[in-house]
Design a protein around this ligand. Structure first.
Ligand SMILES: *[C@@H]1O[C@H](CO)[C@@H](O)[C@H](O)[C@H]1NC(C)=O
Ligand SMILES: *[C@@H]1O[C@H](CO)[C@@H](O)[C@H](O)[C@H]1NC(C)=O
Ligand SMILES: *[C@@H]1O[C@H](CO)[C@@H](O)[C@H](O)[C@H]1NC(C)=O
Ligand SMILES: *[C@@H]1O[C@H](CO)[C@@H](O)[C@H](O)[C@H]1NC(C)=O
Ligand SMILES: *[C@@H]1O[C@H](CO)[C@@H](O)[C@H](O)[C@H]1NC(C)=O
Ligand SMILES: *[C@@H]1O[C@H](CO)[C@@H](O)[C@H](O)[C@H]1NC(C)=O
Ligand SMILES: *[C@@H]1O[C@H](CO)[C@@H](O)[C@H](O)[C@H]1NC(C)=O
Ligand SMILES: *[C@@H]1O[C@H](CO)[C@@H](O)[C@H](O)[C@H]1NC(C)=O
Ligand SMILES: *[C@@H]1O[C@H](CO)[C@@H](O)[C@H](O)[C@H]1NC(C)=O
Ligand SMILES: *[C@@H]1O[C@H](CO)[C@@H](O)[C@H](O)[C@H]1NC(C)=O
Ligand SMILES: *[C@@H]1O[C@H](CO)[C@@H](O)[C@H](O)[C@H]1NC(C)=O
Length: 840
């Protein structure tokens, strides 16, 4: 059955035969058979054309090739020869096949690289199945690259056929042995095949196929140092099935073959092994190795038995490495595998817009969570910008709008960290201004957990300080009362060289605001995916306020429900030397507060200076001062809002100042009778103790009503035991009260002002409550005796009262220098000068 192609070819064949002059007889014969061809091969072309019977031969009536001279079943035409022929039958395509071989010698001369032409042109060839074979010989070290322009190739396995009958069979050479790389149809992904030492390409065109081009070019390449590299290009979704060399026969011993897959970054690939066999290795191991962009453990090595990787984003490559086989029983290494390229299966191919175009100082990094994977394979997990460039670690820079998508099997493998800087360059402009620290919604909408959002708050040195006011009061994270919220604020100094961590604070506590002296970083750290829900609670306002000298000031308004645990900055590493921290603790008028120090941590030893704590009632300004190396305040009930000011010395190494205390409220009425009874007992001790006190007090005239200062620092309306009353002069700078007590008990020297001059202290005596140890007197169960858990109970063994403190007076001292309520005028607790003994 002759197709139109055949007729066309026959017509062309006839035309060709009309060219050169010939004998009438031959001419007549050709016309008679109406199928004549004439083929001329140019000299030096290296081409041999052979027409031979198909194998197995078609049974039945034989067909012959007729030339002017003879009748034959094969015909060979070599370079420089010319032949005219026709066939004795109507259907030569069923009897004969044609092979056109071209040897390309790159060993003895330069290689003719470039587009490979079909030579002779298919238009002059008779309509027979034809196989063009290019046999390129090159030096062992020369790489050769076959480049297939579209259509690209698709590998087929043994027994498979191509729909159009056009195949490329490619083989290489190891020494003298031929190695089959594969057979390919014209509809696939293979774009390049790189070989070394020579290559043979056979293009099979069925007799009816009009294709008149080879479809590939040859180029030289640096040595590839392996059997071959097969490159596949995917432009969209698709699959490719590929086989090891010589498949289904064994892969050559101890060889290496690589497949490169060029895949758009927003697509994902998975590899599955359809069938394989492994040989008996004597040395080395048969394995596959992957290079996956973004993987930190490249190459990823797998056994053929292993589950192969999936969900790889973008381009990757895969190598098959053979082994030294056992000579007796080599076995067989072979592999047929499939690469599937598709869009990400989950909705994570969604595009998210993160608009940082109005930001100048904010950047966002999306990166892999630091986890140990061991040698276990982990598929790629990537962030793609504009769906084009994907990488494992992406930083979005301020000033532009970013479109991102994720290529990741499991987005919990990623997290985000953001940083934003807010700086005040001109104090005149930003003083009293306030900014909201809030994670932008563009970031909250991303399907990746926000780990840290850090705000760096920068102020001019010694000019401004910062006030942080949360939308919701904060709790300080302590061991005793741990934060369990989905996020916390971590507060740390941002002054270069200053290693100061204020602590971790979460919503739901008593801290109303936090003021910090200078540059600080506020980091919102999330602890659970539940943060998305709680996100609305994360608002912190920052304002620039006049400079003050404490490292930080915490404003605490406890509520009656729970104890408030507070601790000094740099917990566990010690408050930085010579720095001060204050807590402004509010006591509502219908409540009393109990302040209790947890003493186990205490153990500061000063090298220079003194570490002390001042507890000052805000209204009366009455203060108690404790040298923390020597004595700690006992638990006490306080009826008015008070300051707890702590100031560190320069401690000896390993003897740091760490202070933990708690404050609890209890209703005022409830404790009154117990207060009184306890106070009477305490008062008796005090009166007794008074006899031991040698105290010279120089008093000024009272301006305010004199205040009873003593055990309870109580105010007038409670029935306090009669204590010696000392005047608190505040309005009068030259008020001076000298006390000569035990020489170690004088703390006035610590209260130097910045100019180094002495403040003149008023000195009162203070005797600690000596009844119930470790608890607030009176022991109102609601406040002081209660411990939240049994564990905590064990945390607080009743501190033993040192016996020598019996009757030991503690001093109360009060700088007479005017202290103005607004923070900036406050006196620094500590000056960096060394200790000076107070001398009269
Ligand atoms: C010619 O090629 C076609 C397609 O490859 C094949 O089916 C046919 O058997 C071939 N004919 C001969 C005579 O080999
Ligand atoms: C090539 O492959 C595609 C998809 O695999 C198919 O739709 C198309 O028909 C194929 N074309 C030929 C000529 O085989
Ligand atoms: C192949 O055939 C097409 C038309 O069928 C023609 O345009 C083209 O020039 C031919 N190419 C060669 C190399 O003969
Ligand atoms: C390819 O061959 C040319 C000329 O023979 C040579 O100049 C070039 O360096 C070769 N390129 C490679 C990649 O080997
Ligand atoms: C190849 O492996 C298959 C199982 O994967 C096995 O059934 C078959 O016998 C093996 N063939 C050879 C030649 O080892
Ligand atoms: C495989 O990929 C890696 C990383 O992209 C690359 O360094 C290496 O050259 C590639 N190997 C081959 C044979 O393509
Ligand atoms: C996301 O993936 C789905 C499923 O593969 C696909 O239908 C959809 O077009 C993809 N969307 C985008 C934006 O790529
Ligand atoms: C991601 O990049 C940032 C910035 O280059 C770098 O600080 C961070 O360590 C990187 N993270 C990982 C997991 O590589
Ligand atoms: C705080 O940061 C600002 C801006 O970088 C800088 O000028 C200032 O000196 C810093 N303050 C301290 C105490 O380092
Ligand atoms: C102390 O805290 C209370 C309650 O927040 C507040 O009213 C008062 O102004 C604060 N005192 C100072 C000196 O900041
Ligand atoms: C305690 O600190 C606060 C805040 O810095 C300050 O206003 C107050 O005067 C200090 N009290 C003493 C006794 O230094």
């Amino acid at each position: 059955m002759k197709s139109a192609h055949l007729l066309q070819a026959q017509r062309e064949g006839r035309k060709g035969s009309e060219g050169p002059p010939r004998t009438h007889k031959v001419h007549f014969l050709f016309l008679l058979l109406s199928g004549a061809s004439e083929i001329a091969l140019r000299p030096g072309s290296g081409i041999t054309l052979v027409i031979q019977p198909r194998t197995p031969a078609l049974p039945g009536k034989p067909c012959y090739i007729l030339t002017s001279k003879r009748r034959d079943t094969t015909l060979a035409i070599r370079s420089g020869e010319r032949a005219a022929f026709t066939f004795s039958c109507q259907n030569p395509e069923s009897h004969f096949v044609m092979e056109i071989q071209k040897s390309v010698d790159c060993v003895s001369g330069p290689c003719p690289f470039g587009e490979v032409q079909l030579e002779p042109s298919t238009s002059v060839l008779p309509a027979l199945n034809r196989t063009f074979v290019w046999d390129v010989k090159a030096h062992k070290s020369i790489g050769l690259e076959l480049h297939f322009s579209r259509p690209r190739l698709r590998q087929i396995g043994p027994g498979e056929a191509c729909p159009d009958g056009v195949t490329h069979s490619i083989s290489g050479r190891i020494n003298t042995a031929e190695v089959k790389i594969g057979t390919f149809c014209s509809n696939g992904t293979v774009s390049r095949i790189k070989m070394q030492e020579g290559v043979k390409v056979a293009l099979h065109l069925p007799w009816f196929h009009p294709r008149n081009f080879s479809g590939f070019s040859i180029a030289n390449h640096t040595a590839i140092k392996r059997l071959c590299i097969v490159e596949c290009v995917f432009e969209g979704e698709g699959t490719a099935t590929l086989m090891s060399a010589n498949y289904p026969e064994g892969f050559p011993e101890d060889e290496l073959m690589t497949w490169q897959f060029l895949v758009p970054p927003h697509m994902r690939s998975s590899v599955s092994f359809l069938s394989f066999n492994v040989s008996n290795c004597e040395k080395k191991e048969e394995r596959v190795e992957y290079y996956i962009p973004g993987s930190t453990t490249n190459p990823e090595v797998f056994k053929l038995e292993d589950q192969q990787p999936g969900n790889m984003a973008g381009t990757f490559n895969l190598s098959l490495q053979g082994c030294d086989q056992d000579a007796q029983s080599p076995g067989i290494l072979r592999l047929r595998f499939q690469v599937l390229v598709q869009h990400p299966q989950t909705e994570s191919n969604k595009t998210y817009v993160v608009d940082l175009s109005n930001e100048q100082t904010m950047s966002l990094t999306i990166e892999p969570r630091p986890v140990k994977h061991g040698r276990k394979f982990v598929p790629g997990c990537f962030v793609c910008l504009e769906s084009r460039t994907c990488s494992a670690n992406v930083t979005l820079t301020p000033g532009s709008k970013h479109r991102i998508s994720f290529l990741c099997d499991n987005l919990t493998r990623l997290w985000m960290n953001a940083e934003k800087t807010l700086s005040c360059l001109d104090p005149r402009y930003c003083q009293r201004k306030s900014y909201r620290l809030q994670v932008p919604s563009d970031i909250l909408q991303l399907p990746v957990q926000l780990h840290d959002f850090s705000w760096k708050l920068l102020v001019p040195k010694d000019r401004l300080s910062l006030a942080l006011v949360p939308a919701q009061k904060l709790q300080q994270h302590t061991h005793e009362r741990a934060c369990s919220t989905s996020f916390s604020y971590l507060l740390a100094s941002a002054v270069p060289g200053q290693d100061l961590y204020f602590g971790s604070f979460c919503p739901g506590g008593a801290i109303e605001h936090i003021q910090v002296k200078q540059n600080v970083s506020v980091t919102l750290r999330t602890f659970s995916p539940g943060f998305q829900k709680d996100a609305s609670r994360q608002v912190l306002n920052v304002s620039f306020i006049p400079f003050f000298k404490e490292e930080s000031i915490f404003t605490v308004t406890p509520d009656a429900k729970s104890k408030v645990y507070l601790r000094t900055p740099n917990w566990d590493r010690g408050l930085p030397s010579l720095s001060s921290v204050s807590w402004n603790i509010s006591v509502p008028s219908n409540q009393v507060a109990c302040l209790t120090l947890v003493k186990e941590r205490m153990g500061v030893v000063c090298q220079t200076g003194r570490a002390f704590m001042i507890i000052q009632e805000q209204q009366t300004r009455a203060k108690e001062i404790f040298s923390l190396e020597e004595v700690l305040p006992e638990p006490r009930v306080r009826r008015r809002s008070f300051w707890v000011n702590v100031s560190n010395c320069s401690p000896a190494s390993g003897k740091q100042l760490d202070l933990l205390f708690w404050v609890a409220l209890t209703p005022r009425t409830m404790d009154l009778t117990t207060v009184i009874s306890a106070a009477v007992v305490g008062g008796a001790f005090l009166l007794l103790a008074l006899g031991l006190i040698i105290c010279f007090v120089k008093r000024k005239k009272k301006k305010n009503k004199g205040l009873a200062v003593g055990v309870y620092n109580g105010n007038a309306n409670t029935q306090m035991p009669r204590l010696p009353k000392f005047q608190k002069e505040r309005k009068d700078n030259d008020s001076h009260v000298y006390a000569v007590i035990d020489d170690t008990m004088v703390y006035g020297h610590l209260l130097q002002d910045a100019s180094g001059s002495f403040l003149q202290p008023e000195v009162d005596t203070y005797r600690p409550f000596q009844g119930l140890m470790g608890d607030c007197p009176p022991p109102t169960p609601a406040v002081c005796s209660r411990t939240p858990t049994s564990k905590l109970a064990s945390d607080y063994p009743p501190p033993p009262m040192p016996s020598e403190s019996e009757g030991e007076p503690y001093t109360f001292s009060q700088p007479t220098k005017e202290a103005v309520g607004s923070g900036h005028a406050d006196i620094p607790l500590l000056d960096t000068q060394g200790p000076t003994e107070l001398v009269e």
